[in-house]
Ligand binder design. Structure first.
Ligand SMILES: Cc1ncc(COP(=O)(O)O)c(C=O)c1O
Length: 370
């Protein structure tokens, strides 16, 4: 074959997804390994979501409802917005993709932070756009530096709040003054994949922000069913936005982008507030306890508004992560994000957390760090 490959596509380094547990067990000859590496919800989805999947089985020979009628209406009620202000995605990842597809042309600029969720810049590369990358300051988004990067070529700004991988979050007040200073030619995307774990007072007022305010930038808030709702495997996410932006994203969306199981399960999950509240508070409590125990082992956890946190071991974390992997505990080293002394751990079940602490303590000694 002698097929020309566009240079901007050839330059892309594929996203390194967390490997499935079974693959790691096979590769390392492990049994009963635990995975605390992909910020998943260890408790799984609401039983009502599982029942909804069962019920949806009989309709699998039909295409899904392309408008996501029931889910969109449930979400509109939940967020107190209009149904035409919601766009569903095959994971919130897909809504990120729609935004870049619809608004970014070759050589247009998109501002992202480093480190932050890697997929923003990948989609921009695919479109041949230019990533303007602003380093975090004190582990958090540097809004002044981001604002200073805005030019007439800027189309989008991506801010994950809370940030992945640091877990930091910015206050609604900081966002308000930042957004007020930005031109009406750009869209700021506030990616709230982990907002469910954040104190309510820290959450930005999405309904208000997505309204059209003359002279001010557009705002899109992204949410997902992959984290607090425990439905990562089904792929369901959504964006809240002004109806004029939603109408544009709907032009680039495939008609059946969200599958029938995802629509049914997400609809059931959003209504099961009891399960959601129980899971979120269990994870939050377990995180605080884990942080204290990690500190007792001489490591430094960073404060986090999510279901994961970074741990600084003040030594080479990649070596420690490899040792932990051999003991059947999978965590995420952070050297590719520039934090060579840190790894990231997602909160697990009580049993998983205890096993992690045992293995961490053992491996710190084995690596000569303890
Ligand atoms: C900050 C952030 N945004 C978006 C996503 C994508 O989530 P989804 O599973 O909804 O595509 C992730 C996934 O880890 C994430 O960390």
């Amino acid at each position: 074959m002698n097929i020309a490959i566009p240079a901007h596509i050839e330059a892309i380094v594929p996203y390194p997804p967390g490997k499935p547990l079974e693959e790691i067990e096979r590769q390392y000859g492990l049994k009963n390994a635990i995975k605390l590496a992909s910020n998943e919800n260890p408790f799984g989805p609401s039983p009502k979501a599982l029942q909804a999947i069962q019920n949806a089985m009989t309709g699998l020979h039909r295409y899904p409802d392309g408008s996501g009628y029931y889910l969109v209406r449930a979400l509109a009620e939940h967020h107190q917005v209009e149904p035409n202000q919601i766009v569903l995605g095959n994971g919130s990842n897909e809504v990120i993709e729609f935004l870049v597809k619809a608004y970014v042309n070759e050589d247009d600029e998109v501002i992202t932070s480093h480190p932050s969720f890697l997929m923003y810049s990948k989609f921009v590369q695919i479109k041949g756009g230019v990533n303007r990358v602003v380093p975090l300051r004190d582990m958090a988004h540097d809004l002044d530096a981001i604002a200073a990067q805005v030019t007439e070529r800027t189309r989008l700004v991506f801010i994950d709040n809370p940030n992945n991988p640091t877990g930091s979050a910015l206050s609604p007040e900081l966002f308000a003054s930042f957004l007020d200073g930005l031109p009406d030619t750009i869209i700021v995307i506030i990616d709230e994949a982990y907002a469910d774990f954040m104190e309510a007072a820290l959450r930005v007022p999405c309904k208000e922000l997505i309204s059209d305010q003359p002279g001010r930038c557009g705002v899109v808030c992204l949410r997902t069913f992959s984290k607090a709702y425990g439905l990562a495997g089904l792929r369901a996410g959504y964006g809240l936005m002004h109806e004029s932006i939603a109408a544009i994203l709907n032009k680039v969306r495939q008609p059946f982008n969200v599958n029938s199981f995802a629509l049914a399960a997400a609809h059931a999950a959003i209504h099961d507030r009891h399960y959601y509240n129980t899971v979120v508070s269990r994870i939050t409590e377990a995180k605080e306890q884990l942080m204290r125990r990690v500190e007792e082992l001489g490591c430094n956890p960073y404060p986090s508004h999510t279901n994961f946190f970074l741990i600084n071991i003040h030594d080479d974390a990649a070596t420690l992560c490899e040792a932990m992997l051999h003991s059947g505990v999978i965590v995420r080293p952070m050297s590719s994000y520039g934090f060579t002394n840190c790894f990231r751990i997602s909160v697990g079940t009580d049993t998983e957390n205890e096993r992690f602490l045992e293995v961490l303590s053992h491996c710190l000694k084995v690596c000569g760090y303890g």
